[in-house]
Design a protein around this ligand. Sequence first.
Ligand SMILES: [Zn+2]
Length: 220
Amino acid sequence: MTPNREDYLKLIFELGGDVKKINNKQIVAGLNVSAASVSEMISKLVKEDLVEHSPYQGVQLTERGLRKASTLIRKHRLWEVFLVEHLNYSWNEVHDDAEVLEHVTSKTLENRLANYLNSPQFCPHGGVIPEDNQPVHEKSRQTLIDYPINTKIRIARVLDEKDLLDYLMSIDLKIHEEYIITEIAAYEGPVTIKNNEKELAISYKAASTIFVDQSLESED
Ligand SMILES: [Zn+2]
C-alpha cells in the first residue's frame, strides 16, 4: 500500500513532529518508501500549509497539520482499541483495518465509539488518544537509542508500522515491559536489552522507533 498524505502527517506526528523537526531519513524508515517519494510528498504538504520545511533540518507540523493529524489519530486509535478488545486482533494486525476505518468514520461514529469504549486514553501501541477536537500530546518521546548503557527503561510506545510490529512479535517484545540496556554496538549496531526473563538484541533501526520511559527505581 502506498502511503498517502494522512499517513505522512500521522507518522511525522508519531516521531515527535509537533514539537521538533523530523528529518527525511526518519520518514523513509518509518514508512518504508524511497527518499524521492518523501521529498515529493513534503512539497505537497508544505503547499497545503500542513508542515513547515527547513532545508537540512526537516519538517514540523503547522497548527493546521497538527489539528488534522489529531483527528485522524483519534479515529485510528479508537478503532485499534475496538479491534483488539472486541474482535481479538493482535497489535500487529490492527493497522490496515484501522487505516481503512478511520477514513470512513463520521464525527458521530467517532464519539459513539469513544463512549462505547469508555474513552480509552491509549491505543494498543501505547499512543495517546486525544480528546474530541483537542490536539494530541504524546507522552513518551525518547527512544531506545537515546539512553546509555545500564539505563533501566520501560517500553512505552512503538510506531504503528506493520514490519516493526511483526519484528517485535518475532522477538517477543511487548509494551510496558521493563529492561536494562546492557550493550550498544558501535556504528548503529544492535541495542541489547535484558530482564529476568529474556535478553533481546534489537536492530538500531527498530530501536529508533521504540519509545521508552526511564524507570525510576534504581537497580542494585
Ligand atoms: Zn496504535
